[in-house]
Design a protein around this ligand. Structure first.
Ligand code: GLU
Length: 383
């Protein structure tokens, strides 16, 4: 088995479908289930894992409170329902996690936050900060302002984008079905469960069938789409039936699920992404001390920079060259070119006085950097 399983994963994104949180018949919150899942989260955190939750349910809760009972809601109705329901949802989560002494942080994302590089880096920074501070991010799509053309519409893909964004090593989609079958198990008694998917072949895709109606917008189709995003980013993915109490603990105990194996490690996938992102002649020259520090895997501080060449925006990939002009690494820079020129050669604590705002201490963070040898290897691999 390659990559993280539920026991080895360090950073885990768990997606909760509406059907788990909301009783199908009464529309009420499934409080006992939520309590049990909060216990699972506390247990993972207690073992040093970082956990983010992507929770659906805003529209489902809101529509009930607003008395929107029609089968299919219009976009404006969904937007209004989400505005009402998201408060309810976040409150329920906050209460459940607080019982375990955990701090919840609400993050509402739009499609562009995951697709546009600068916004992607910005959202990633926020989530990383929250992990570092020990909070549990609760993520949903910003459904209130999302329009049909610019919305995910399903949290399976959103969760996969989040997993990619934070370089998670495991994405768990808790659903109302225990994984992938070779055909729809609700229609065919002899449908065969698939425990492990090592590659997303056409045969596997053909097994997904059509999405089913009901509360959730997902179905196997969006789960396979999520798998494509996750495994391509080096993140393993598990689909399991999460309806019973303590779904994560049950997974650990071997409950049936489908696991999609990652195509590469998360670190490698991210470095490939950076390596492929270089598109201009921007160059940062550094002194010998900084060059040595970079070779030892450190971040690049403004103090070590001797020259800034070319035009670039924050989040662009730049080449980093040593005193002899040889390329050491490429990395995503935390400042626009003009700002980088102003702080070049200066100490990090001077940044605020030089720029008039307190930016990041590092010019290029080591997680955003690919050392030259690795970059060449990564580019070779992708050819
Ligand atoms: N973002 C939607 C909500 O919270 C759910 C999307 C989905 O069902 O996957 O209501």
């Amino acid at each position: 088995m390659t990559g993280a399983g539920i026991d080895e994963a360090r950073r885990i994104v768990v997606k909760i479908g509406s059907a788990l949180l909301i009783d199908d018949g009464t529309g009420a919150l499934r409080r006992d289930w939520l309590r049990s899942f909060a216990g699972d989260v506390a247990r993972m955190r207690g073992r040093g894992r970082e956990v983010a939750i992507v929770s659906s349910g805003a529209i489902a809760f809101g529509r009930r409170q607003l008395g929107l009972t029609g089968q299919a809601l219009a976009l404006e109705e969904k937007q209004a329902a989400a505005a009402v329901g998201q408060i309810h949802l976040a409150h329920a989560w906050q209460e459940a996690l607080a019982a375990h002494g955990l701090t919840l942080a609400q993050v509402l994302l739009s499609l562009s936050d995951t697709e546009e590089r600068r916004r992607h880096l910005n959202a990633r920074e926020t989530l990383t900060q929250l992990f570092g501070l020990g909070a549990v991010p609760l993520i949903n799509e910003n459904d209130t302002v999302a329009t049909e053309e610019i919305r995910f519409g399903d949290n399976d893909r959103l969760a996969a984008r989040v997993a990619q964004m934070v370089s998670a090593d495991l994405l768990v989609l808790l659903s109302d079905i225990d994984g992938l079958y070779d055909r729809d198990p609700r229609l065919h008694d002899d449908a065969r469960h698939i425990p492990e998917v090592s590659a997303l072949t056409d045969d596997i895709r053909a097994m997904a069938g059509e999405p089913r109606p009901g509360y959730s917008s997902g179905g196997m189709v969006t789960k396979l789409e999520a798998a494509r995003i996750a495994v391509g980013a080096g993140c393993a993915m598990i689909v399991s039936d999460g309806r019973t109490a303590n779904p994560i603990r049950r997974l650990e105990a071997g409950e049936r699920h489908t696991r999609f194996a990652p195509a590469a490690s998360a670190g490698t996938a991210r470095k490939r992404w950076i390596a492929g992102a270089l598109g201009n002649d921007a160059r940062i020259a550094v002194d010998a001390g900084a060059a040595n520090a970079l070779r030892r895997g450190k971040s690049l501080l403004p103090a070590g920079v001797t020259a800034v060449e070319g035009q670039f925006r924050r989040g662009d990939a730049v080449r980093i060259v040593g005193p002899d002009g040889a390329e050491i690494a490429i990395g995503l820079i935390a400042y626009d070119a003009d700002a980088a020129r102003k702080i070049a050669g200066r100490q990090s604590h001077e940044i605020e006085a030089l720029l008039g705002y307190k930016g990041r201490d590092v010019l290029v963070h080591r997680d955003d950097m690919v050392e030259q040898g690795l970059r060449e290897a990564a580019l070779r691999d992708t050819d």
